[in-house]
Design a protein around this ligand. Sequence first.
Ligand SMILES: [Cu+2]
Length: 141
Amino acid sequence: MRKAHALLICLLAGLIFLSACTPVAPGREEDEPAGNENENVNSNDNEAENVVEVELVSYEIHMPMTLDAGTITFHVVNNSQDDEHSIEIEGNGIEEELEPHLEPGEEGALTVDLAPGTYRVYCPVDDHADEHGMEIEITVK
Ligand SMILES: [Cu+2]
């Protein structure tokens, strides 16, 4: 037990010694933020290009159920054989519809700013959502 104690005290003394020495480095810390700024600019650019793939068939919406908050571009493809489809996103005061609706084989893009919360994504064509269940609920974090 005493050995363990002595070892612990040695370690603590070592830590205090090390932390007492570190203030020598402020000159280096000043250099680092400049490099970090550039990295931040790059990561912001990536967020702006946040594209989510959405596939529509009769009568399902295929897309991730969880998304990161921010500006999201939904790239939507209608892969159904003979039905017109589209998407509408509703929740947290937002109601955005992809127009014009997509004919079979067509694709389109809808860009929306999404804050954290839950949203209903559904097909606004005819009674696809209400009668055929063409809707899902997604979570934005
Ligand atoms: Cu539809």
